[in-house]
Design a binder for this molecule. Structure first.
Ligand code: ZN
Length: 117
C-alpha cells in the first residue's frame, strides 16, 4: 500500500490518484491471492475456479506494475519516473522511494521550484 507523502513529488505533481489506482489494483491482487489459497484448500478443488483466481492474481500484479511503471511521469523531462524507480531501486526499497521522493529522480525537477542545470 502506498501512502502518498503530502509534500512529496507525487503529490506536488498531482499524480497521487495514480498511486491510489495502483493500491486498488493491488487490493484486487490480495483478494485473488486469498481466492487461490481457499480454492486449493478444499478437499476436492474445482480446477477452473482455482485457475480463475490464479489468472486474476497474475493480471492484477502484472497490470498494477505496468500501470505504475507507465503512468507516473515527470512533466519536465517526460520520463517514466515509475519505471525508473522500479528498475533502479532495490526490491524492498522502491515503494518507500516512490513514497518519499521530493523531486524527479531523473531530472531533479520539482514543481514550484526553479531548477538550475
Ligand atoms: Zn524529470
Amino acid at each position: 500500500m502506498f501512502l502518498v507523502q503530502r509534500d512529496g513529488w507525487i503529490a506536488a505533481t498531482a499524480q497521487a490518484w495514480k498511486m491510489y489506482v495502483f493500491d486498488i489494483v493491488m487490493l484486487g491482487g490480495l483478494v485473488c491471492s486469498v481466492g487461490v489459497t481457499y480454492s486449493f484448500g478444499y478437499r476436492n478443488p474445482v480446477p477452473w475456479k482455482a485457475l480463475a483466481w490464479v489468472c486474476g492474481l497474475l493480471v492484477t500484479s502484472i497490470g498494477g506494475l505496468i500501470w505504475l511503471s507507465t503512468s507516473l511521469r515527470c512533466g519536465a523531462c517526460k520520463r517514466a519516473v515509475g519505471w525508473h524507480v522500479v528498475s533502479t531501486a532495490s526490491a524492498n526499497a522502491w515503494v518507500r522511494t516512490l513514497e518519499t521522493m521530493m523531486k524527479c529522480p531523473c531530472c531533479g525537477d520539482r514543481p514550484g521550484e526553479i531548477t538550475r542545470n
